[in-house]
Write a protein that binds this ligand. Sequence first.
Ligand SMILES: [Zn+2]
Length: 308
Amino acid sequence: MTFHLLPGGFYIFTEKKTMRKSISFLGILLMSILMAKAQDQLPARWDELVASDWPKALEKSSHTCILPIGILEKHGPHAPIGSDLIHVREWAARVTKKEYAVVFPDYFYGQINEARHQPGTFALPERVVWDLLEATCDEIARNGFNKILIINGHGGNPQLIRYFIQTRLEKRRDYAVYFFDPTTTDSAFNEKLAKLRKSDPSGDQHAGERETSTLLYLRPDLVKMDSAKNESGANQQRLSIPNVYTAIWWYADFPNHYAGEGVKATRELGQLITEHTIDLLAKALKAVKEDTKTLQLQKEFFDRVKTQ
Ligand SMILES: [Zn+2]
């Protein structure tokens, strides 16, 4: 029988009859090391945490929960129905590796009436959308979070989200809702973006070059580039009333629920945009975690509202 010293001081037996036992011993050892490592790491996703780690997660996140909101809707002829959800899911997963927060599981209940003529669209009644968002935030807060950071992947949601946040002042709440709403003045990024982008930025919207590129970076396995040319993503301009907003404007312009040229997408452009977005999100998340002013001002405001 011979012994070999393995890194870390473990011995392996090379005699045949003890080989099987030694291998299973090593297997158990490896498993224990991996399990110990897993126990050290606190998952970010709400659904992956164990209940006994909840206090640790609250403390590590500074009581901050990310609520990633996507939607289920057609994305041209080539990109997945859950494109917007995939974006926010991936941003949340990646940003919390840099800056810890708890991430609420997939949420895809937003405003998407304009795509109801297309397959795969999941559009709930308006009151359900509203009540669900409100109840979700209340439940997140009941579980100990006093800061909720909404990240959104769907172009039809910001008006809903802003109005929802404005109405948080309607009655006293002991938590605050924040909306990650990035704009960038980073000239180096804008220069690189202009260089890589091949289509006209003004027409590059839904499932166009930009969005298809970020999907090629995040989930290339789900994009059917060969189909991107099968429909037109051009603005069909079927309705024009100057300076007036209507419900049907999007359908009038983009009845295929496709706006832009997905066919021009590249992984390289997707990487640039995604990594930049994640950097901005990491900064925003850090600032939200450190923020005490919002809740303090909110309390001061409610103390002055006399009808409560
Ligand atoms: Zn989208």
